[in-house]
Design a protein around this ligand. Structure first.
Ligand SMILES: [Zn+2]
Length: 502
């Protein structure tokens, strides 16, 4: 599946720390590897060595959720991330791979997501269907997702099943068995997914136009699911080349969170994955900060098959590791998504233009975007919403910046979102895997939340002026297609009305 926007936003961006909780909140998520924490890993390393397990060493240990999270690296480059706690009752086993749609080349879009589907097609020792049935027999819930920067596979299982899942993940990581017919049939599934989520879905269609306009020919400019013409041309050889190049140990992390024995599970990871050849991780696209970006507005009108119009506006902004990223994340949280949020009050309550408003700052490895999405009430137009939004933005970057109260409320909402996510083993594995895939270390998680706790109203105002006040932006005005009225030949009765599809 394509990672839903909410997940991509929540898992990437919604990792916030309480300012109200102050030091306690920051301590919960942790910022660095302390000597005491590292000593735990060194003791574990000694136990592993005593048990004859070779080829793995600890890299970092950080306070995380109810305990700590440890990152280890195997000699072949694979990362193993474990965060154990006795209370979860289940364990989440994830595999995160540093490959997403941004790693695709022109003409071959959609490969990362198609490969995610095909990873369930079986290996020689576990043919198609056996993988799922074996996991189901153990009560596992299993799924996968692809986004611009990453692909992930996850299972939630009883603790005693963790070693089996690790073995099965290692098996399909190197021994995927694909036939040309199997690829063709799964391609049909993906093409149908595209029809349902883009061609027949007004929001999907608007998202595709917005992404193309704001990111142009850059790595984030094409849809994760791929362009229809590219999908139609993909072959088994394309998939296998992509799989062999990208699914190498140095490009992947096995993440286990919840209730399990970390020493035993690390030993199983070494046993199952340690023999895989250490091929170099492939280069990923680079995109310099402040590089080519929109300097003027680009605008597109789209006719949609819907009762309500949509407006979507995106400003090019920053990657996750930019100093302004936490301020923009808090700005998005403050402007939309709660009854008291500024744009909700203006567009939904005061002007009665919209039924829904969403704001979002990307949490991405390369420079992303800040988006505002408005779903209009039936009968209202996208350009009416743009006029009202422009006035609100002019006030925000001018005389009425975000107040301290608005910022505090945004911080509380963001922090609540984080703790909701950290409440489950699967949510904790999501946070760890995504932080590793996008930021490269676990310490980045605590550092991000510490910044979120410290961002001042002046910093948010400066970031808003710098990015949302800039002239370069993408605008998609999507209004319901008008009925097509055609005159019947004279003598026949009246007018004929038919819906026109976009
Ligand atoms: Zn899918």
């Amino acid at each position: 599946m394509i990672a839903p926007r909410a997940m991509a936003g929540a898992a990437m961006g919604a990792l916030l720390v309480l300012s109200r909780a102050g030091a306690a909140g920051a301590a919960d998520v942790g910022t660095s590897t302390s000597g005491a924490n590292m000593a735990v890993a060194e003791t574990r390393a000694a136990q592993l060595a005593a048990a004859g397990v070779r080829g793995i060493r600890p890299i970092e240990v950080v306070p995380f959720g109810p305990g700590t999270a440890e990152r280890w690296r195997l000699d072949n480059g694979l990362h193993a991330i474990v965060a154990a706690d006795g209370a979860a009752g289940v364990a989440a086993v994830h595999v995160w791979v540093k490959v997403g749609s941004a790693d695709e080349t022109a003409g071959k879009t959609g490969l990362a997501h198609l490969l995610e589907h095909l990873m369930f097609k079986g290996t020689r020792s576990r043919p198609a269907g056996v993988y799922d049935r074996e996991l189901e027999a153990h009560g596992a819930s299993t799924n996968a997702a692809t986004w611009v920067d990453w692909t992930m596979y996850h299972q939630v299982v009883p603790p005693e099943v963790v070693p089996l899942v690790v073995q099965m993940e290692a098996d399909r990581f190197v021994h995927l068995n694909l036939t040309a017919a199997g690829v063709r049939s799964e391609l049909a599934v993906v093409q149908n997914e595209r029809r349902e989520t883009v061609d027949s879905d007004p929001d999907g269609l608007v998202a595709e136009h917005l992404g193309r306009l704001v990111h142009g020919g850059g790595p984030y400019g094409h849809p994760v699911i791929g362009w229809a013409a590219d999908l139609a041309a993909l072959k088994r050889d394309d998939v296998m080349a992509f799989y062999r190049q990208r699914y190498v140990p140095g490009n992947a992390a096995v993440v286990v969170a919840g209730t399990f024995d970390p020493t035993a599970v690390l030993a199983e990871i070494v046993h199952s994955f340690g023999g895989i050849a250490a091929l170099p991780p492939p280069d990923r696209p680079q995109c310099a900060h402040g590089g080519a970006r929109l300097t003027a507005e680009v605008r597109q009108a789209v006719a949609i098959d819907a009762r309500a119009a949509r407006l979507a506006v995106a400003w090019p902004t920053v990657p996750r590791d930019h100093a302004d990223a936490p301020a923009l994340e808090l700005l998005a949280e403050a402007l939309c998504g709660a009854a008291s949020a500024r744009l909700d009050r203006l567009l939904i309550d005061d002007k009665r233009l919209a039924s829904d408003v969403n704001c979002h700052q990307d949490d991405t490895r390369l420079p992303g975007a800040f988006d505002v999405w408005v779903t209009l009430r039936p009968g209202r137009t996208a350009s009416e919403a743009l006029t009202a939004l422009d006035a609100a933005v002019a006030a925000l970057v001018g005389p009425s910046p975000l107040t301290a109260e608005e910022l505090d409320l945004a911080r509380v909402r963001a922090t609540t979102g984080l703790y909701r996510q950290l409440a489950s083993a699967d949510g904790r594995a999501d946070v760890l895997g995504q932080t590793w895939a996008v930021a490269g270390s676990l310490a980045a998680h605590g550092q991000w939340w510490q910044r979120m706790a410290q961002v001042s109203p002046a910093e948010v105002a400066a970031a808003a002026r710098r990015w949302i006040g800039a002239p370069g932006r993408a605008v998609v005005l999507a209004d319901p297609a008008p009925p097509v009225i055609s005159q019947r030949p004279a003598g026949r009765s009246g007018l004929r009305v038919a819906a026109r599809m976009p």
